[in-house]
Design a protein around this ligand. Sequence first.
Ligand code: SF4
Ligand code: SF4
Length: 183
Amino acid sequence: MLGDFLAKLIPLDLFAGLGVTGGYLFRRKETVQYPEHRLEPTDRFRGMFGYDLERCIDCYLCARACPIDIIYIRDHTEVEEVDGKKKKKKVIDRYDIDVKRCMFCGLCEEACPTEPKSIWLTTKSYEGAAYERNEQLYFDKERLMSWDGFLAFPGVVTPAEGQAPGDLKGEKRSESVDEAEAS
Ligand code: SF4
Ligand code: SF4
């Protein structure tokens, strides 16, 4: 009886709530002042695609592995003469990914037989927000390499600039170019 009366006079619940709020005042702040600062995703994060047209052997395995059929490849065959012999060569006309529909399962990368992979999911870059999604989030082979309209994570270079799977900053490729120039 007396307890109920005192509880009505002294707002104990209010103090309990203020105690929780006060506790958070002294904790480390989790808020990040984006875009001045960016959280760096872990290495297991699956972000934007990288593609290397030079390495791609036009085998279609990535397109067949994609469970939602959003990789579109078209090619034609050319005949070229090498040392007097006619040789057939496949030329990739189109390699597109409808990224807005992608679920980033990584099966395309897994299926790619080249070493290093010709299609890969990078682990840091995620800033592809666009006002218009049908065209802006549909990437053809040029945009998959240049990342035109897509923001790379600080320090990460685009595939066109030398990024490769496991070498997001293009450092290994720069080293091999330096070595080739030195020899
Ligand atoms: S990561 Fe995207 S494009 Fe690749 S297989 Fe999965 S759904 Fe298809
Ligand atoms: S990206 Fe890889 S799996 Fe896809 S067509 Fe090229 S070589 Fe084949």
